[in-house]
Design a protein around this ligand. Structure first.
Ligand code: SF4
Ligand code: MG
Length: 330
């Protein structure tokens, strides 16, 4: 709730100290047991920083993070370590969790040593079991990371992440570096795992087509804030926020025979510098529907038709998206 993560602004010689940069500026969401929440948005919008703030890998400046009712912010280090066992992260680069100089047996066994303290034989057995769980033969434990393909390495990373029986996996662009068919295989594995061991996922990706199939709900971030969230089918079929609509219009249709139902919306320019957030609606510098009101008034989250919420004046005071006139940016 109301999570804020800020970094010191970039200092310039002979200038006053800049205000801190709010990479995450009042983010809040629920993650229900057993579900997958997709967190999407362009790179730099604060998705990873949100995840890192939730994990307290960076210390949030404000807000509240509760895991089954227990407040994590302010929790002393020893108790935080115990709580972290329930929440594991998987990153895009498998080498961030698989030490290239370590046998797979050691990489995957490490969290077991930290949390479970098994004897040698039980430990090897458990590592073999984990490998089988992610679709790899147990013998692979005697190999090194470089002996595997990208997709296999990501399976190994997942094996390591689930080693100590976490409840939640935070997957930060976990399949983004893989080709499409390998992506689908790893996503298939994640779905199997969630069904088999009841895992909950926070699935972070800039690519919406990746998020579509795995997510039960989706939250869309822009410049450090969630601008829309709701059931995945509602968000994909009837996006309420102009930013979501633009992101979706860029997703390639699955088959050339499927008629594209929406025209591609090209957003003007890059996202603004997070140290200079536009006043009013943060998206107003790029929004095809921008109104005068948007330049001065911050839109508050309101119920989106169907499910979830949206923060946009089209839904608070103006016509709905479908009825609004689109101004072309071409
Ligand atoms: Fe666009 Fe205005 Fe809605 Fe912001 S509030 S997304 S500028 S229409
Ligand atoms: Mg990121």
């Amino acid at each position: 709730r109301d999570l804020v993560v800020s970094f010191p602004g970039r200092r310039r010689p002979f200038r006053a100290a800049p205000p801190p940069l709010r990479a995450v500026d009042g983010v809040g969401f629920d993650l229900h047991e057993g579900e997958t929440l997709g967190l999407v948005g362009e790179s730099g919008c604060g998705k990873s920083t949100t995840a890192r703030g939730v994990m307290r890998l960076v210390e949030p400046a404000a807000g509240s993070v509760k895991l089954r009712g227990r407040e994590l912010l302010g929790l002393p280090a020893a108790q935080l370590r115990a709580a972290r066992r329930d929440v594991q992260m998987v990153f895009q680069d498998p080498y961030s969790s698989l030490d290239p100089s370590m046998l797979i047996r050691e990489s995957i066994g490490e969290p077991l040593d930290v949390h479970l303290k098994l004897g040698r034989r039980d430990r090897a057995e458990r590592v073999g079991e984990l490998l089988r769980r992610v679709g790899l033969p147990p013998e692979y434990m005697m190999r090194y990371p470089h002996e595997f393909s990208g997709g296999q390495r990501q399976r190994l990373t997942i094996a390591r992440a689930i080693a100590a029986d976490p409840k939640i996996l935070v997957l930060d662009e976990a399949v983004s570096a893989l080709d499409v068919s390998t992506q689908n295989q790893v996503i298939g594995l994640l779905e199997e795992l969630s069904a088999a061991i009841g895992l909950t996922y926070l699935f972070i990706a800039h690519d919406l087509s990746v998020v579509r199939h795995i997510s039960d709900r989706v939250a869309v971030m822009y410049l450090g804030q969630i601008v829309e969230h709701g059931d995945a089918t509602r968000v994909f079929d009837a996006p309420a926020h102009p930013y979501t609509e633009a992101l979706l219009s860029a997703v390639p249709v699955p088959s050339p025979r499927v008629q594209r139902s929406r025209e591609r919306i090209v957003l003007a320019g890059d996202p603004p510098d997070p140290s200079r957030v536009p006043p009013g609606c943060r998206f107003h510098t790029r929004c095809p529907y921008v109104m005068d009101l948007c330049r001065t008034e911050v839109p508050q989250p309101t119920r989106a038709q169907g499910s979830g919420e949206v923060a946009c004046h089209l839904h608070t005071s103006g016509p709905t998206l479908a009825g609004a006139s689109v101004r072309s940016l071409g």
